[in-house]
Design a protein around this ligand. Structure first.
Ligand SMILES: [Zn+2]
Length: 595
């Protein structure tokens, strides 16, 4: 029903964006290479099995392609990636050593949004089979994940995405464990994400494309994009995104007949309130690639556009990225190397502040917005006014609030110490390509510790976790670090990942994600009649204690009238009190320390 309304509504747009050269192009295609999507009349997408078979066929046909597993889903499906390289050497070592940039194409992180998979089939066919784009392999290596959320892909139905206009059947947004993989990049709870991070860490790709379909308002654009360009990404990469990639990519995609715009998020309710762009946090693919010193492109086709246009516009934007990487002036590998090296220099050697939170400012530029007219009508369903899109395109000038500044920051220590009992944290860091060493011999050193106060837990789970926000004060202490503890030096190319994961101020730190919630629980309590006796002894034997207590009694009426608080005050000042209560187990070593 809903679908019918949409296709009537967008009939003029379909004509406007229709391709004229598909029929001509298809005549050259050997029948065995026609995709399911094409056979379906551009409205269907193949099953997991059929998709993997099609991608595997490339490897039988061409010596430039190889398919391999990289993990298993919770429901037991294999995760696959296809490597395409003209060198014929598909090892991670060869790909990393190659002078050609490595492009990583990720499809189906939300597998209800699957045009990337169908678009990649068409693109690879032109590179490996029909050959019109075979020369591209002279300048680039490509790794493709055909479907990331494989269990979600097979939970398919006509009814999985109420807002979306096809394909006929589509997968589900989350994994079989109901986790959203595009919130899981930092915390890496899903087995699929753990496998993905192992793969990415082994390959260290130069550029990531993450293909999606968007929700939200209706507008004319077939495809929108998200790219980090604030202080969460290294300056030289951010410069390249703003001044080279975006103008090139927009022109390329528009030349192929698709309207393209930055990701459409309004500041308020309406387009007139303006568009906003903000620094993406590293739970998302683009925010994550930024702290790995790489550019990540979020592709979001518009849910209401026909599936055909969504697939071809996704193909177009991927082509734009490849041809941009091929341009000699892009020099992406060099820029990535600079970003890796100067991240260490800036934050480890020079002690510069690393931003862990951002805020948008009121600065804006004008933006030409291509919207769809909305009119208000009475709704007999809600009993209030409803918005009805008329299908009429219109263009207005609106502000684009595209300034985001660091709102909070931290400095990097020389190293972090992770106690052995928190090995889960060490293991997660290793997934991100962080080098974690084990302390070989017990050593004594001064550390900085955090003691938490004013903490607050989320009232409902988010992504299966109860998150916590907290304030803290710092203090130093001379401690013995036992053999078997973990040490993480910050002079690594992954320094931004390390700081993001281990500094509690960061919104995606493991503390905030609830990895260490047990440390917020007090586990020992006193009996009042025992505490009365101990307190009395303390009061008469320690003059300083007595003075401090009396002062508190004089100055704090609430305290004076609270029997439990008075007893507890002595407990907290006694040697019986748990010294580890509310203390962050991970310690900072500020000065040089050898292992
Ligand atoms: Zn998505």
């Amino acid at each position: 029903m809903k679908k019918k309304i949409f296709s009537t509504l967008f009939f003029p747009l379909i004509i406007f964006f229709a391709f004229t050269d598909n029929a001509i192009g298809q005549e050259k295609i050997p029948p065995e290479w026609v995709t399911y999507f094409e056979k379906s009349g551009f409205i269907g997408t193949p099953s997991y099995q059929e998709s993997i078979e099609y991608f595997t066929k490339f490897t039988r046909h061409s010596k430039f392609a190889k398919i391999a597993e990289f993990g298993t889903s919770p429901q037991g499906r294999k995760l696959w990636h296809l490597t395409v390289s003209a060198s014929g050497d598909f090892s991670a070592e060869a790909l990393k050593k190659s002078p050609k940039p490595l492009l990583f194409i990720l499809n189906g992180i939300h597998s209800g949004e699957i045009e990337g998979k169908d678009a990649t089939m068409l693109l690879l066919r032109e590179i490996l089979v029909t050959g019109e784009k075979s020369s591209w392999l002279e300048g680039v290596n490509i790794v493709i994940v055909p479907i990331f959320s494989v269990d979600g892909h097979e939970r398919k139905s006509k009814y999985n995405r109420i807002n979306q206009n096809g394909p006929e059947e589509m997968g589900w947004r989350t994994t079989a464990q109901n986790l959203n993989l595009n919130r899981d990049w930092m915390k890496a709870d899903a087995p699929e994400m753990q496998a993905m991070l192992r793969l990415i860490s082994s390959l260290n790709p130069d550029f990531l494309i993450d293909n999606h379909t968007t929700n939200g308002a209706d507008y004319q654009y077939t495809v929108t994009y998200g790219l980090e360009k604030f202080k969460n990404l290294h300056d030289s990469l951010a410069w390249s995104v703003t001044n080279s990639l975006i103008p090139y990519m927009e022109r390329y995609v528009e030349d192929q007949g698709f309207l393209i715009a930055p990701y459409v998020g309004f500041r308020g309710e309406t387009p007139e309130s303006g568009l906003v762009d903000w620094a993406g946090s590293p739970r998302f693919s683009t925010g994550y690639t930024a702290i790995q010193n790489r550019i990540g492109l979020l592709v979001e086709t518009h849910m209401m556009k026909p599936y055909k246009d969504r697939v071809y516009s996704t193909k177009s934007i991927m082509e734009a990225v490849i041809t941009w990487l091929l341009k000699s002036e892009t020099r992406i590998k060099k820029l990535n190397k600079i970003a890796d090296e100067s991240s260490v220099r800036d934050f480890n050697v020079n002690g510069r502040y690393f931003p862990v939170a951002f805020r948008n400012t009121n600065d804006s530029v004008m933006f030409t917005y291509k919207g769809i007219e909305v009119k208000e009508e009475e709704s007999i369903i809600s009993g209030a006014k409803k918005n009805v899109y008329t299908g009429e395109p219109y263009t207005i000038q609106i502000p684009f609030f595209n300034h985001s500044l660091p709102a909070d920051s931290v400095t990097a220590p020389y190293a972090y110490i992770i106690p052995r009992e928190w090995s889960e944290i060490a293991e997660r860091l290793k997934l991100h390509g962080v080098e974690v060493q084990t302390i070989l011999r017990e050593k004594e050193t001064e550390v900085t510790k955090y003691k938490f106060h004013d903490f607050k837990f989320s009232s409902a789970p988010f992504e299966g976790r109860q998150s916590v926000t907290t304030k803290y004060h710092t203090y130093t202490e001379l401690v013995k670090i036992p053999e078997g503890s973990f040490i993480v030096y910050t002079n690594q190319r992954t320094i931004r990942v390390i700081l993001t994961a281990l500094e509690p101020k960061s919104g995606d730190s493991y503390l905030r994600w609830g990895f260490m919630n047990s440390i917020f629980e007090r586990k020992e309590y006193f009996e009042d009649y025992v505490m009365e006796r101990v307190a009395l002894e303390m009061y008469y034997q320690d003059k300083a204690i007595a003075e401090e207590f009396n002062k508190r009694l004089r100055e704090d009426q609430k305290f004076r009238e609270d029997k439990s608080a008075r007893l507890n005050w002595f407990y907290e000042h006694s040697p019986y009190f748990d010294k580890q209560y509310l203390v962050y187990p991970i310690m900072r070593v500020e000065k040089e320390i050898e292992n």
